[in-house]
Write a protein that binds this ligand. Structure first.
Ligand SMILES: Cc1ncc(COP(=O)(O)O)c(C=O)c1O
Length: 408
């Protein structure tokens, strides 16, 4: 990977002394004053990133194992993505789907080329919630039915429909009533799916790994059983791969691990290498039910987003990152199990939940103090890692050593 010479981290304190750059306190106070107060933030202001490293306003370096919320899939500011976005911005920043675009054509082709066989149409949007809303609309249109089976403890986003499908604790309860017509099944149980089925069920939506719920996995057999259940009952199977897609778990898409292909896959987070993009990949037979003018999104498939997606797929392929996610994820899981604080490791590839003997927030704060960014989940004792999939063993060793040094 090419590296860039930046003087930022070293010169930050000097720039602050001269009043040319805000200090952390100034940044924090201004955000708190003007931004709607909906996010609980770590006490740092990140100003620059490169690969798996980010730098704060004081010039301090952090190993980013949270990946900017699972978004910096190919690392922060990957030179190929920076270059694709820069050169696209110089040519055309935006035009909508009312015209054709060579860069959108390239991105659509690139996605379908990596998609599971038989999935041959993509719809571009801007976020995970929007991708899931789109998927649910298509599921209902295709089947002519209303109900959708979602999973207890699942998370699908914050808009009305996506929140309706979200079974996870507070998210739904805080804004009740949300969109109705969801039936919640136990994740990992085919029996529970059978009990949830009725004549008005259009589809099943789930995260193949429940990330926010604490990186909850199902048995391998479940995914095969799930596919069979949907096929036998004519229900559309939707995998929300907003976190698992594009190589994070060690395969391009999660079902590839088991030879299972869903009918619809929803995507967001890392697919644009940091540029906001969402996507829905659809089996052709199902896609035919949506006609001209029946769905849209102004910014979906815009030139900059498309340039970023095409470049990102190129990077994942050229740097063999799907393989790296599998191998480095396996290395990480093995190494942390030697630490007495660690009870169990959940997840697959580089979507990792580390079950601890301690409160994960306490450990996250300790690690932050040692220059490592990690995440938590809705399970108090699970530390969540969603690092860029360019992360390598030496960086994992830094994390393992720091985690091993935790003392209450
Ligand atoms: C599995 C899953 N689906 C959907 C979403 C919503 O994505 P967005 O915040 O881009 O709307 C998220 C966000 O964390 C997610 O993890």
């Amino acid at each position: 990977m090419k590296t860039k010479a930046y003087s930022f981290p070293e010169c930050a304190p000097e720039m602050q002394r001269r009043g040319k750059m805000d200090t952390f306190e100034q940044v924090r106070d201004t955000e708190n004053l003007y931004q709607l107060n909906t996010y609980k933030k770590l006490p740092i202001s990140i100003e620059r990133g490169e690969g798996v490293w980010v730098y704060d306003s004081e010039g301090q370096r952090y190993l980013d194992l949270y990946g900017g919320h699972a978004v910096a899939l190919t690392g922060h500011c990957h030179p190929e993505i920076v270059s694709a976005v820069k050169s696209q911005a110089e040519k055309l920043i935006f035009y909508s789907n009312v015209v054709y675009s060579s860069v959108r054509a390239r991105a659509a082709k690139a996605i379908i080329e990596i998609a599971p066989a038989g999935m041959d149409k993509v719809f571009f949007c801007n976020s995970g919630a929007e991708a899931n809303e789109t998927a649910m609309k298509i599921v209902r249109r295709y089947t002519g039915k209303r109900k959708i089976i979602a999973m207890k403890n699942g998370f699908h986003g914050r808009t009305a429909g996506a929140l309706g499908a979200t079974g996870l604790g507070n998210y739904r309860a805080q804004f009740y009533p949300v969109l109705e017509d969801f039936i919640f099944a136990d994740f990992g149980s085919i029996r529970s799916l059978e009990q949830s089925l009725n004549d008005d069920v259009a589809g099943v939506i789930l995260e193949p790994i429940q990330s926010m719920a604490g990186v909850e996995m199902a048995d391998d057999d479940y995914y095969i059983g799930l596919r069979n259940f949907c096929t036998e009952n004519g229900t559309v199977l939707v995998f929300d791969e907003v976190q698992t897609g594009f190589g994070r778990t060690g395969s391009w898409f999660f079902g590839d691990h088991f030879g299972v292909s869903p009918d619809i896959i929803t995507l967001a987070k890392g697919i644009g290498g940091g540029i906001p993009v969402g996507g829905v990949i659809i089996k052709e037979e199902i896609s035919k039910t949506i006609g001209l003018g029946e769905h849209g999104s102004t910014f979906g498939g815009g030139p900059i987003a498309s340039a970023a997606v095409a470049a990102n797929i190129g990077v994942i392929r050229d740097e063999n990152l799907v393989h790296n996610a599998r191998e480095t994820g396996g290395y990480l899981a093995k190494k942390v199990l030697d630490i007495p604080l660690v009870k169990r490791v959940r997840g697959r590839g580089l979507l990792v939940g580390i079950e601890l003997e301690r409160d994960a927030a306490e450990v996250r704060d300790f690690l932050l103090g040692r220059g490592i960014i990690t995440g938590t989940s809705s399970l108090k004792n699970v530390l969540r890692l969603l690092p860029p999939i360019v992360v390598k063993k030496p960086e994992i060793d830094i994390f393992v050593e720091a985690l091993g040094a935790f003392r209450s």
